[in-house]
Design a protein around this ligand. Structure first.
Ligand code: DP6
Length: 328
């Protein structure tokens, strides 16, 4: 017998960043984070469990993955097998849908889709909160991709209490766009997992990061409630700059910024001085993401095209929550 599940999950970008773990094993974060789920990047995953399989198999974009990648998936599936009291092996088929192949695939959409598809296949019909907890065990940021629009990952202090919740927004997210400036550079990034751990353990600035997250979160909540774009943009940019500041004081120090990232960030500041309201954020890589109101999206794109090629620019809007289906 085959047990099948399928899920589509969209990626999310944090406006208030998650940066640092209190528990590596359970993936409990040091601070709450707040994100916007986007429509332009998603992962589709099908999972089939069967007694005919003698090992887990993991296909990504139709390519069978090696042992190292498959072992990660197996460890995550073990959590679900344990919950469902199953010992069946699985075939996992994942496809990333990204507008270009410029390394934009995200662990957030990938692990959320896997959590949804695998749990559905084994007949666990998890509520959103439980699904968010499960996705968190795969990758922290994945717990926020259960929801569409704005979500907050409440750090909690245990496996049971750490999960994301949706944020009441009166559809403010529909007034927003996020433009990705895809920076092509060859430099190998420090993974977010390693980068945040090194920062927690060694950065002299880490305490400063932690101390100011609560006030940034409060500002973001007020900005969403008031539909105050400028306030949301300011706190988004401040949170990203502080997060990236911590990496400079780590030992050894590192940065995700490249010369091209700086060029994009400076351009955002310059355009803002010229009266075009837009703000940037960055994650564990050199790409720059620009938050802008939908009404200003075309004007911003026009300006960006003077500096970056069209294939470096990807426009996203608010996206939906995870979609799960079962067959058989
Ligand atoms: C900079 O969720 O990728 O994107 O929990 O170790 O899998 P793990 O890390 P991950 O970290 C994301 C870090 C970030 C900020 C954010 O998304 O909040």
């Amino acid at each position: 017998h085959m047990y099948k599940g399928h899920a589509r999950a969209y990626t999310n970008i944090a406006l208030i960043k998650y940066w640092g773990k209190a528990d590596q094993q359970l993936i409990l974060p040091m601070n709450n984070s707040l994100s916007l789920t986007l429509d332009a990047f998603y992962t589709e995953t099908s999972v089939t469990f069967s007694s005919e399989f003698s090992e887990d198999q993991f296909y990504l974009d139709h390519q069978l993955q090696d042992k190292k990648a498959t072992d990660k998936i197996s460890r995550f599936l073990d959590l679900i097998r344990e919950k469902a009291q199953s010992q069946l092996f699985a075939k996992v088929d994942s496809q990333n849908f990204v507008p270009t192949a410029a390394g934009l695939a995200s662990s957030a959409s990938g692990l959320a889709a896997l959590a949804g598809a695998a749990s559905a296949a084994l007949g666990l019909s998890l509520e959103e909160k439980e699904l968010s907890r499960l996705a968190r065990r795969g990758s922290g940021s994945a717990c926020r991709s259960v929801y569409g629009g704005f979500a907050e990952w409440q750090k909690g202090d245990s496996d049971e209490t750490s999960y994301a919740v949706p944020i009441v927004s009166n559809s403010f997210e529909d007034e927003l766009s996020m433009i990705f400036v895809v920076v092509n550079d060859q430099q190998k990034d420090v993974s977010s997992r390693d980068g945040m751990q090194r920062t927690v353990e060694t950065s002299a600035f880490y305490d400063g990061w932690l101390a100011t997250v609560p006030q940034d979160l409060a500002k973001a909540h007020t900005a969403i409630t008031d539909k105050d774009f400028q306030a949301l943009g300011e706190v988004t940019e401040a949170s990203a700059l502080k997060m990236h500041g911590t990496t400079l004081a780590a030992a050894p120090p590192f940065t995700y910024w490249s010369a091209e990232s700086m060029r994009a960030m400076n351009l955002v500041r310059q355009l803002r001085n010229q009266g075009l309201s837009c703000y940037f954020t960055m994650d564990a890589g050199p790409n720059v993401k620009i938050l802008v109101q939908r009404k200003d999206e075309a004007a911003l794109l026009g300006k960006l095209q003077e500096h970056f090629s069209a294939d470096q620019l990807i426009t996203a809007h608010a996206g939906p929550g995870i979609k799960i289906t079962t067959k058989e």
